[in-house]
Design a binder for this molecule. Structure first.
Ligand SMILES: Cc1cc2nc3c(=O)[nH]c(=O)nc-3n(C[C@H](O)[C@H](O)[C@H](O)COP(=O)(O)O)c2cc1C
Length: 255
C-alpha cells in the first residue's frame, strides 16, 4: 500500500498522530507538511494509493490556512483517512469539514478520528497527550482501517453540522520576554510570516493565527502567551476542560 500523508501541525501533535496512523498502514509513505507550505502545484494521488490527512481543530473548525493549502491535492476516488487533533475541549464541526474538503477534492473517506492532544494555547489542558493510551487507540484505529481498505468499504456518517460553526475571535497573541536572543527561529518557522526577523520579540497581530508554533520552538522559552486577558482565559479554560476526553473514531460501512 502506498500512503500519502498531509498534515498542518504548528506544535507537532497532529504530525505525531498522522505519522502513527501511516506507519501502521505501510512503510511506503510520501509526506506533505503544509504548515509552512507556499506551493501551489497540483498533486494527484491515484486510486490505488491511500491518503492520511490531519489538521488541528481551531475554534471547532479546520484552520482556514490549512483549507487553502489542502485544495491542491486531488484524488481519483482515492481512499482517505481523516484525522482531527484537538485540545480536549471539542472538535465540533472539524471532522465533518475535513471530510467535506477531501471529498470535494476526489477522495472517499474510509475512516475518521478525533484524537486528543495537549492544547497548544492552554497547555495545562490535555497535557502530554497523545500519551500511551492514545497511541494504543491510534493503533486500533489504523488496524480497523487496514481491514476496511483490504475488504472494500461504502459510505461514512460523521458528527457535525452544516453550515459549520462560525469561529470566534481569540484576542491573545504570543510575544517574547527578555530571554529572547533574537535567534530568528520563530520568524523562520511561523506559518504566516507574522514575526519580523529584525524585531522577533513582537508579532504582527493582523497575520498571527495564534497557532503556538513560535512558543513550541523557541529555544530559550522566551515566547509565550502573556497578559491579564490570557491569564483570566487560561484559569477558566483549565478548570472547564480538565476532565479527560476520550478519542473518537468512525468507519465507513463494510461492503
Ligand atoms: C487558534 C487555536 C484554536 C483552537 N481551538 C480548539 C478547539 O476549538 N477545540 C479544542 O479542543 N482545541 C482547540 N485548540 C487546540 C488544538 O486543536 C490542539 O492543541 C492541537 O493538538 C494542536 O495541534 P498541533 O500540535 O498539530 O498544532 C486550538 C488551538 C489553537 C492554536
Amino acid at each position: 500500500m502506498k500512503i500519502t500523508t498531509i498534515y498542518f501541525s504548528a506544535t507537532y501533535t497532529t504530525k505525531r498522530v498522522v505519522e502513527a496512523v501511516a506507519k501502521y498502514l505501510a512503510n511506503d509513505v510520501t509526506t506533505y507538511d503544509i504548515t509552512n507550505d507556499s506551493a501551489t502545484d497540483i498533486v494527484e494521488i491515484p486510486a490505488d494509493g491511500v491518503l492520511v490527512v490531519g489538521v488541528p481543530v481551531y475554534a471547532g473548525r479546520v484552520p482556514s490556512m490549512a483549507v487553502e493549502r489542502l485544495r491542491r491535492f486531488r484524488g481519483n476516488n482515492t481512499p482517505a483517512v481523516v484525522v482531527a487533533v484537538y485540545g480536549n475541549r471539542h472538535y465540533d464541526d472539524a471532522v465533518l469539514e475535513l471530510h467535506d474538503i477531501v471529498s470535494e477534492c476526489g477522495f472517499r473517506t474510509v475512516a475518521a478520528g478525533a484524537f486528543v492532544a495537549q492544547h497548544s494555547i492552554f497547555p495545562k489542558v490535555g497535557t502530554a497527550r497523545p500519551d500511551s493510551e492514545d497511541m494504543a487507540d491510534i493503533e486500533r484505529f489504523a488496524s480497523t482501517t487496514a481491514e476496511l481498505l483490504a475488504n472494500g468499504f461504502g459510505d461514512i456518517t460523521l458528527p457535525g453540522n452544516r453550515p459549520y460553526k462560525e469561529p470566534g475571535a481569540i484576542p491573545i497573541w504570543p510575544t517574547a520576554s527578555r530571554r529572547c536572543t533574537s535567534c530568528g527561529a520563530c520568524s523562520r518557522l511561523c506559518p504566516t510570516g507574522a514575526i519580523d526577523p529584525a524585531a522577533p520579540q513582537g508579532v504582527d497581530k493582523s497575520r498571527c493565527i495564534k497557532c503556538g508554533r513560535c512558543v513550541a520552538i523557541c529555544p530559550t522559552k522566551a515566547r509565550r502567551f502573556y497578559g491579564i486577558k490570557y491569564s483570566l482565559a487560561a484559569a477558566r479554560f483549565n478548570t472547564a476542560f480538565a476532565p479527560r476526553r476520550e478519542n473518537e473514531v468512525w468507519f465507513a460501512r463494510m461492503k
